[in-house]
Design a protein around this ligand. Structure first.
Ligand code: CP
Length: 329
C-alpha cells in the first residue's frame, strides 16, 4: 500500500494507537512528520479531498472543550473521505450516569475505525483504548499527554528552521498542568533539541529535570540564546486554589512581550498551542507579530498532522485485521 503522496509503506509507525509521545522512537516521530509534510501541500491545493479513508468511520469523543483539536480532526478525517461523528458529551448518556467504559463499549459495538478522545483525567484514554477494537488517538488527557499537538509543533519548527536537532527551545508558563509541555519535552528531546522550562516555582513540577530538561524561574535567564519560545496558558480549570498572586503580576514576571523576548536569539520564533490568554502569558502585539509569531501556522500544521495520524492508524488497523483473517483461514 502506498500513501497519498507516494511514501511506500507504513513500517515507520507500527503501533495500533497513538496515546502519547513517550516511548516513541525518533524514527517513528520522523515518519509521522514526513507523512504530515506531504499533507501540508495537499491542504494548500485546490483538490484537498482524498479517498484513503472511504467507508471508514472516525468518532470524536471530547469530554473537555476544544476548538483546534476537534475541528482539525474532523476536517482531517473528512479530507481523507471518512464519515465523522462528533459526540457531544453534554448530549450523551454520560450525563445520565453512564461510565467511561460503558460509553466506550457502546461505541465499540458500532464498529468505528478510529476513536479520538479528549478527557480531563490523565490515563483515561489509555484505559479506554484497552476496551476498543479500533484505533484510538489521544486528543489530550488531563495533564499527561497531547501527542498530536507536539507533532504539529515539531512540524511547524522543522518547516521553519529545517531541523529540531541542536535547537534551544524554551517552554514557558504553567508547566505543572500542561500535557502540551509533557508531549513536547518527550518529542523535542528525542529529536535532539535542548529544552528549557521557565515557570514560577509553584507551576514547576518537582524533579522534572529527570525528563532531560533545564529549569529556570527567571524569564530573561531562561530565554537567553533560545531559538524557539513556546508559551503556555494558565490552566485555571485544573488548579485548586491559587498558584499565582494575580494575572497582572504573572504577566509582569512571566508574560512574554517584545522587551523580554530580546533575551532570546534575534530571530527567535514564538509559539502557543492555544487557546491564548492575551495580556496574561503573552502580549497581544507579540502574538500578532507576523515576523515572530507562528501561532497561525501551528493551527495549519494541525490538520496535516492529524491526516497523517489517521492515515497511518487506519492502515495499521486494517492490516492487522486482514492478517488475523488470513491466520484464521
Ligand atoms: N491546543 C489545543 O489543544 O487547543 P484546543 O483546546 O482548542 O483543542
Amino acid at each position: 500500500m502506498t500513501s497519498a503522496h507516494g511514501t511506500s509503506a507504513y513500517e515507520g509507525y507500527r503501533h495500533r494507537h497513538l496515546l502519547g509521545i513517550e516511548g516513541l522512537t525518533a524514527t517513528e516521530i520522523l515518519f509521522l512528520l514526513d507523512l504530515s509534510d506531504g499533507y501540508v501541500a495537499v491542504n494548500r491545493s485546490e483538490d484537498k479531498k482524498k479517498d484513503l479513508l472511504d467507508g471508514r468511520t472516525v468518532i470524536n469523543l471530547f469530554f473537555e472543550s476544544s476548538t483546534r483539536t476537534r475541528t482539525s480532526f474532523e476536517l482531517a478525517a473528512k479530507r481523507l473521505g471518512a464519515d465523522v461523528i462528533n459526540m457531544s458529551v453534554a448530549w450523551s448518556s454520560i450525563k445520565k450516569g453512564e461510565t467511561l467504559i460503558d460509553t466506550a463499549m457502546t461505541l465499540n459495538a458500532m464498529h468505528p475505525d478510529v476513536l479520538v478522545v479528549r478527557h480531563p483525567d490523565s490515563g483515561a484514554v489509555q484505559l479506554l483504548s484497552e476496551k476498543m477494537n479500533c484505533a484510538v488517538i489521544n486528543g489530550g488527557d488531563g495533564s499527561h499527554e497531547h501527542p498530536t499537538q507536539a507533532l504539529l509543533d515539531a512540524l511547524t519548527i522543522r518547516r521553519r528552521l529545517g531541523t529540531i536537532e541542536g535547537l534551544q527551545i524554551a517552554i514557558c508558563g504553567d508547566i505543572a498542568h500542561s500535557r502540551v509541555a509533557r508531549s513536547n519535552i518527550h518529542l523535542l528531546t528525542t529529536l535532539g533539541a535542548r529544552v528549557r522550562l521557565i515557570a514560577p516555582p509553584t507551576l514547576m513540577p518537582s524533579s522534572i529535570e529527570r525528563m532531560g530538561v533545564e529549569t529556570f524561574t527567571d524569564m530573561r535567564k531562561g530565554l537567553a540564546g533560545c531559538d524557539i519560545v513556546m508559551m503556555l496558558r494558565l490552566q485555571t480549570e485544573r488548579m485548586q486554589g491559587s498558584y499565582v498572586p494575580s494575572t497582572r503580576e504573572y504577566f509582569h514576571f512571566f508574560g512574554l512581550d517584545h522587551e523580554k523576548l530580546q533575551a532570546a536569539k534575534p530571530n527567535a520564533l514564538i509559539m502557543h498551542p492555544g487557546p491564548m490568554n492575551r495580556g496574561v502569558e503573552i502580549d497581544s502585539a507579540l502574538a500578532d507579530d507576523i515576523h515572530r509569531s507562528v501561532i497561525r501556522e501551528q493551527v495549519e500544521m494541525g490538520v496535516a498532522v492529524r491526516m497523517a495520524c489517521l492515515e497511518t492508524l487506519n492502515h495499521n488497523l486494517h492490516l492487522a485485521r486482514s492478517q488475523q483473517e488470513q491466520a484464521a483461514q
